[in-house]
Write a protein that binds this ligand. Structure first.
Ligand SMILES: [Fe+2]
Length: 144
C-alpha cells in the first residue's frame, strides 16, 4: 500500500518509545485504509476508530510525560496542539459514519493529525533533546 499514509523513516525522532507509538498509529491507520467498504461491517470500523482515538490519547499522555521530564520549554503549547488534534480527529470521525467516507477523508485527517504534527512539532522535541545533550531516553515512560 503506497498511499502516503505509511510510516516513513524520516519521521523517526530517535526516542524509541515515541517512535514505536507513532509507528503503531500508522498501523491502525493502515487497518482503516484496508477495510473493505462493501463487506466490512460498521462495527469493525467503529472498533478501529475507537482504538485510534484511545491509542492517540495514550500516546499524547506519554509524549507529554517525556516533554515534562526533559523540561521542554514549549510544553504548554504542544499540549494544546495535542488537545486540538484529539478534537479534530473526533469531529472528523463523528461526521463520517460510513467506511467509504472515512477512507476518503483519511489522507487529509492523517496528514494533519499525525504526519504534519510529527514533522513540524515533534521534531522540536527531538532537537531540544539533542541540544540538551541528554541521552535519548528510551525508558522515559516506564520511569515516570
Ligand atoms: Fe506531539
Amino acid at each position: 500500500m503506497a498511499n502516503g499514509l505509511e510510516w516513513n523513516e524520516k519521521y523517526r525522532l530517535g526516542i524509541a518509545t515515541i517512535d514505536d507509538q507513532h509507528q503503531y498509529l500508522f498501523e491502525i491507520v493502515a487497518r482503516i485504509a484496508a477495510l473493505d467498504s462493501v463487506n466490512s461491517d460498521k462495527e469493525e470500523l467503529k472498533a478501529i476508530l475507537g482504538e485510534l482515538s484511545s491509542y492517540m490519547r495514550e500516546h499524547f499522555r506519554d509524549e507529554e510525560a517525556y516533554m515534562r521530564r526533559i523540561g521542554f520549554p514549549e510544553y504548554k503549547y504542544h499540549q494544546k496542539l495535542h488537545a486540538e488534534i484529539i478534537e479534530f480527529v473526533n469531529a472528523s470521525v463523528t461526521r463520517s459514519p460510513t467506511i467509504t467516507m472515512i477512507q476518503t477523508k483519511l489522507k487529509f485527517i492523517i496528514k494533519k493529525a499525525l504526519i504534519d504534527h510529527i514533522i513540524e512539532e515533534d521534531t522540536k522535541i527531538k532537537l531540544y533533546t539533542v541540544s540538551q545533550k541528554s541521552e535519548f531516553i528510551d525508558d522515559c515512560i516506564v520511569d515516570l
